[in-house]
Design a protein around this ligand. Sequence first.
Ligand code: SAH
Length: 394
Amino acid sequence: MKSLHLKAGRDKSLKRRHPWIFTGAVERVDGEPARGETVLVKSAGQPVAVAAWSPQSQICARVWSFDCAVFIDEKFFRQKVSQAVALRASLPAFHHSNALRLVHGESDGLPGLIVDRYADVLVAQFLSAGAEFWREAILDALAAETGCEAIYERSDAEVRSLEGLPPRIGFARGNREAKRCPIVEYGLHYRVDVEAGQKTGFFLDQRENRQRVRALAAGREVLDAFCYTGGFSVAALAGGAARVTSVDSSASALEVAMENVNSNSFENSRITFQQADVFAYQRLLRDQGRSFGLVVLDPPKFAPTAAQAKNAARAYKDINLMAFRLLAPGGLLATFSCSGGVPAELFQSIVAGAAADAGVEAKIIERFGAAADHPVALQFPEGDYLKGLLLLRA
Ligand code: SAH
């Protein structure tokens, strides 16, 4: 097998079973492996892992296995996919929804592979050279392990360009006319636009947090900022919210959000959709003297990596400060960050600064994370991206 030799003393993270090898740790690569090809990783001449080679990326190899005797072939992927699918079948959410994340990349031992199931359609993202190299084997394994005939590919995430891979979108297996998949989550109906939606079409990581909002919404005036297709809005309506104001900059997301409200037969009079920039719209609401009993803030990833943390901190502070100003006494703020570059402690201190500047006293009454079908392997803390706080204004 072609081999990758680490520089002396650069095997520490691999010893902790972290699956990434950075270019700076590599002494040389023997045998000119193709993009995505499997290489044997050696440290001081001894084999330590088998990994996928990615010549263009800063992360130049991602480990498939720390057992160097393991053969990376179709059987390997079938087994990994089978384990990932079995884990989901054991989760409580499996009995409450037909939409689950089936493969969560590195944390499922499949670096660069994301697979979400929306009823009988799978949506897959091949985001690393290794996942791309084994694409056919992975598609076969997914079809065999789930029985789903339709697999839609959304390999259009920006990270693919870092791996030197062009975007690819469309049905990889099967074909359908309807690309808006109906799903059910805790008895609520949503449509998922797998073709043009964000990421794979729906934010499954927020499933349990939507349930919390549903349980807290009764009788409250709700602001759902960055509502996308109305996940939190629908949950709040189901929980008996007095009124919901749902804001997003994307017209196509709002169109699906309206469909989602209708497919649950909620009265349209309880919800207002607003296509607007949240930063500006919060100020408009303040100028109008509006106040809310529950605000949900679920913005996009302001800081994908730590390098963007400073600008992101400013943006998080701004929206949270405005949210505190719009919150009535006794009101609740559910505020989230899905930025990998902003750790939970930093996020909490940004929110604390926002409350102080708004002149508001608030307490943390709950902490939020991603749903259990987005597991975080202990050796891969990068997988722990979603954090949130539930705050009660005094
Ligand atoms: N809360 C949603 C997910 C939000 S994703 C859910 O549970 O499904 C982030 C959303 O923010 C996207 O829909 C995107 O269109 C929107 N967005 C990004 N920047 C925005 C801005 N400045 N103002 C309003 N919406 C914005």
